[in-house]
Design a protein around this ligand. Structure first.
Ligand SMILES: NC(=O)c1ccc[n+]([C@@H]2O[C@H](COP(=O)([O-])OP(=O)(O)OC[C@H]3O[C@@H](n4cnc5c(N)ncnc54)[C@H](O)[C@@H]3O)[C@@H](O)[C@H]2O)c1
Length: 341
C-alpha cells in the first residue's frame, strides 16, 4: 500500500518513524504547508527532498497514493480527508475525526458516498493494559459493570494550538477517554451532563478542567439481558494540575455486580468481594501497540476491503461525546446522544 503522510511535526514525526518501520506500507511522500518542518524530517530521517511537498494536490497528482495519513491540527482533517477520498484514497486520520460535529458528519457522509475506508487513530485502545482490562471485564467473572469512576489529571505545557483553542482538554484529549469508555465497557453513551472550568493558574486560554456524568447502555450480547441497565460513569479530568499526575490512560475504578476492577498507574487489580484481597491481574503483552498497531490494522482493513474497528463511522459515537460535553458545559443542561442517527 502506497501512502502519503500530511503533517510532519509533533505527532507527525512519530508517524514518520512508524511508517519507515512498517513492513506493510510504503510511505511514498510527505506533505506539510511549512517547508521548515519538511526539511527537519529530511535531515532527521534521511528522506529525499523529492518525496516532500508543500501542496497536497500536487502530491496526490504526482504520487497517486492508495492511502493518505492525516496528522495536521484538527480543523484541517475534514478538508484533507474529503479531498483524499474523492481522489480515490483510503484515509487514516489522527484523532479527532474533525473539529466540529457537523464536520464529522460531513466526513462520514463522504466515506459512504465514495465507498473508501476511513480509520481514526484511537491508539489508546491498543495498549496491553487496556486490552487486559477489557478482556478481564469481558470474561464475565465480576459480572456486569454498574458504575465507573475515571480520574485523569496532568499538567503538560504543549505550547501551540492547544493553548489557544476553546476546551483544549475536552476536544483534544477527552476523545481518547470517551472512546476507551465505549471500548472497555462495551457500551454506548445515551445521556451526558458536564461542567468545565479553567483553574486560576491555567496556562490555557480555554477551559482545561472538566467533570462529566455519562449514562451508557451496554451493547446487547446474544442470550444476555445486557442493554437494560445503564452504566453510570463519572469522568474527572484536567490538563492543568500541578502534582497528582495520572498516566495518560487515566486511573479507572470499575464497580461490577459481583466484584471490582481497577487500573491505577497502569496496573490492574481485581477484588471478588469486599472482604477479598486485591488480586493483581497480569498484563497481557502485545506485539504491536498504539500507532504501529493502527497502521497494521489499517493496512489489513484496506487489504480485506472492510472498515476497521475504529472506523470513522464507529467514531461518531465517541466524538459525539466530545461535542455534547461542550454543549452541556455551555448550556448547563443534560444532553441526549444519538450517534448521528
Ligand atoms: N493519538 C495521539 O495520541 C495524539 C498525540 C498527539 C497529537 N495527536 C493529534 O495529531 C494531530 C497533529 O497534532 P500535532 O501535535 O502533531 O500538531 P503540530 O502542530 O505539532 O503539527 C501539525 C503539522 O501540520 C502542519 N499543517 C498544518 N496545516 C496543514 C495543512 N493544511 N496541510 C498540511 N500540513 C499542515 C503544520 O505545519 C505542522 O507541521 C492532531 O489532530 C492531534 O490531536 C494525536
Amino acid at each position: 500500500m502506497r501512502m502519503v503522510q500530511v503533517g510532519v511535526l509533533g505527532m507527525g514525526k512519530w508517524w514518520v518513524q512508524v511508517g519507515l518501520k512498517s513492513p506493510d506500507v510504503e510511505v511514498a511522500g510527505y506533505v506539510d504547508i511549512n517547508p521548515d518542518h519538511l526539511k527537519a524530517i529530511q535531515d532527521e530521517f534521511d528522506i529525499a527532498p523529492s518525496q516532500c511537498f508543500v501542496d497536497f494536490d500536487e502530491a496526490l497528482k504526482e504520487l497517486k497514493p492508495d492511502a493518505v495519513l492525516i496528522v495536521t491540527p484538527p480543523q484541517f482533517h475534514e478538508p484533507i480527508a474529503v479531498k483524499a477520498m474523492e481522489a480515490g484514497c483510503h484515509v487514516l486520520t489522527e484523532k479527532p475525526l474533525a473539529d466540529t460535529w457537523e464536520a464529522c458528519l460531513r466526513t462520514v457522509e463522504a466515506v459512504r458516498r465514495t465507498g473508501r475506508i476511513m480509520m481514526v487513530a484511537q491508539n489508546y485502545r491498543y495498549r496491553p493494559e487496556i486490552q487486559t482490562l477489557r478482556n478481564t471485564l469481558r470474561s464475565g467473572r465480576f459480572g456486569a459493570p454498574g458504575q465507573v469512576l475515571i480520574n485523569f489529571t496532568r499538567g503538560p505545557h504543549f505550547g501551540g494550538f492547544r493553548e489557544e483553542m476553546p476546551y483544549p482538554l475536552i476536544i483534544d484529549m477527552s476523545i481518547h477517554h470517551y472512546d476507551l469508555m465505549r471500548y472497555i465497557l462495551d457500551a454506548d453513551p445515551v445521556r451526558l451532563t458536564a461542567f468545565s472550568w479553567n483553574p486560576p493558574w491555567s496556562w490555557y486560554r480555554g477551559d482545561a478542567s472538566s467533570v462529566s456524568r455519562i449514562d451508557m447502555i451496554p451493547r446487547a450480547k446474544p442470550g444476555s439481558n445486557a442493554g437494560q441497565h445503564p452504566i453510570h460513569v463519572t469522568y474527572h479530568a484536567s490538563w492543568c494540575t500541578r502534582g497528582g499526575t495520572t498516566p495518560w490512560n487515566g486511573n479507572w475504578m470499575i464497580y461490577c455486580e459481583s466484584g471490582y476492577l481497577e487500573m491505577i498507574d497502569n496496573q490492574i487489580y481485581a477484588q471478588a468481594s469486599d472482604d477479598a484481597a486485591k488480586e493483581p491481574i497480569p498484563i497481557e503483552p502485545m506485539d504491536l501497540t498504539d500507532q504501529a498497531y493502527l497502521l497494521r490494522a489499517f493496512y489489513e482493513a484496506v487489504r480485506d476491503g472492510r472498515q476497521p474497528e475504529t472506523s470513522a463511522e464507529d467514531n461518531l459515537r465517541s466524538i459525539e461525546m466530545v461535542f455534547r460535553t461542550v454543549e452541556s458545559c455551555e448550556s448547563g443542561q443534560t444532553v441526549q446522544l444519538t450517534g448521528g442517527a
